[in-house]
Design a protein around this ligand. Structure first.
Ligand code: 2IT
Length: 445
């Protein structure tokens, strides 16, 4: 494989799909040496097949708002790869959603899901629908309209969506309800359900919990205890909430959160009732974090900026893709944190990743760090399939074990001659090899 040749072909076929091309390039650059040791991969045009989704479904989503006005949004499902299991991955509802973003997320999901060791292929979907200022009834009507097309393409053995940005338990409920009405089937076709109707305990917390288990282990490889450490985190949604909760339990202190409007610096730490307040903030439907500063004196709102300028021991991206630019990486490196981890998918720009790796920073990519979310979705699928519910302790124990295993895989494939672990390379190679073996076994399909 020649990375530049593959990339040129893709740039021609998919011009302007910046995020997708960025995600593919990162993986190709990580795996090229290993790939070229396997002439059978080249012969089977494995990479040419892997970089294209097996199927992309796009559809219109018309819905009526509370004033009777009609809106038309775009709906998508990218069914990227089903070599090791049914397509699995979240739905994102956000104004920024486009095909490039969903293709990047679907592509990342293939390797992330492979890393979990569970039988899940990669997929992603969503819509450019924005929840901001929308009433509950509007959200329901949108979800119902979305599902009147999506139901034809999903199912427990075919494609199992879940939440992502803008899609939480409420939206999952409306989507599940409509699927059930249309198909007359009650099954585990979607994850992130509430415990009363088939959801797994610990799923809401799982992405953040898993991330902290992973970070804890990264630090442990350097003999560092996470207790007493300060953390700069971005976002204030589900992922940030879970990460903050677990950080608090482990005795670390998260001192920042952020929204599109700026960031909050809370030197006392986001702890106790402030963690619960994040849920209120999110449920308000206002995509901003400023109200936190009004609610909790002693904290400060910094408008229009990202939290990376705050000097802390640990840096966690918990909001969205490319939230750390090359210049942000310079700021972070100057602050000399012990560790940087992407909890959001592709939280760092390619330039930022390059800088962290060049500085031999303890740095790990989203597809390893945030895999606890989809892993627990996989555990929800298992519970649905066997029609049982496990206790929170049982799920958490399995999550912990899975994150431990992912860390081991990263070390195994990412450790260089000088002992430095390149977690990006490790995660990409480990995930790729599993999918590659399955694709070779399944023939040219
Ligand atoms: O990015 C992700 O891994 C998710 N949004 C969760 C996907 C899932 O199927 O739980």
């Amino acid at each position: 494989m020649e990375v530049e040749k593959i990339m040129q072909g893709l740039e021609q076929k998919h011009p302007g799909e910046a995020e997708y091309l960025q995600a593919v390039r990162e993986v190709l650059e990580s795996i090229v040496d290993v790939y070229n040791q396997h002439p059978e991969f080249e012969k089977a045009k494995l990479i040419e097949r892997l970089v294209e989704p097996e199927r992309v479904i796009t559809f219109r989503v018309p819905w009526v708002d509370d004033e009777g006005e009609i809106h038309v949004n775009l709906g998508y499902r990218v069914q990227f790869n089903s070599a090791i299991g049914p397509y699995k991955g979240g739905l994102r509802f956000h104004a920024s959603v486009n095909l490039s973003i969903l293709k990047f997320l679907g592509f990342e999901q293939i390797f992330k899901n492979a890393l979990t060791t569970l039988p899940m292929g990669g997929g992603k979907g969503g819509s450019d629908f924005s929840l901001r200022g929308r009433s509950d009834a509007e959200v329901m009507r949108f979800c119902q309209s979305f599902m009147t097309e999506l139901y034809r393409h999903v199912g427990p053995d075919e494609d199992v969506p879940a939440g992502d940005i803008g899609v939480g338990t409420r939206e999952i409920g409306y989507l599940f309800g409509m699927y059930k009405k249309l198909t007359h089937q009650w099954n585990g076709m979607i994850t992130g359900k509430a415990p009363e109707w088939g959801g797994s305990l610990v799923r809401p917390e799982a992405t953040g919990y898993g991330a902290l288990y992973f970070v804890n282990q990264m630090l442990a490889t350097h003999g560092i205890d996470i207790k007493g450490k300060t953390i700069a985190a971005s976002g204030f949604g589900n992922v940030a909430w879970g990460a903050i909760k677990k950080a608090d339990q482990l005795g670390a202190k998260v001192v920042t959160i952020s929204g599109p409007d700026g960031y909050i610096y809370d030197p006392n730490g986001v702890t106790g009732e402030k963690i619960d307040y994040l849920l209120e903030l999110r449920a308000s439907g206002n995509d901003i974090c400023q109200p936190y500063a009004e609610q909790f004196p002693g904290s400060k709102f910094v408008a229009g900026k990202r939290p990376w300028e705050v000097k802390t021991d640990i840096v966690l991206t918990c909001a969205t893709q490319n939230e750390v630019s090359g210049a942000d990486a310079d700021t972070i490196l100057a602050n000399k944190p012990l560790c940087v981890a992407e909890v959001s998918n592709m939280g760092c720009s390619a330039e930022a990743v390059e800088k962290f790796l060049a500085a031999k920073m303890l740095f790990a990519p989203g597809k390893a760090v945030n895999a606890g979310g989809v892993a627990t979705s996989g555990l929800e699928m298992t519970q649905n399939a066997i029609r049982l519910s496990w206790s929170a302790e049982e799920v958490d124990e399995k999550l912990h074990q899975i994150m431990h295993n992912i860390h081991e895989q990263c070390e195994k494939y990412g450790r260089g001659a000088d002992g430095y672990v390149n977690y990006v390379k490790g995660a990409n190679i480990a995930g790729f090899m599993k999918v590659a073996k399955a694709m070779m076994a399944e023939g040219i399909v």
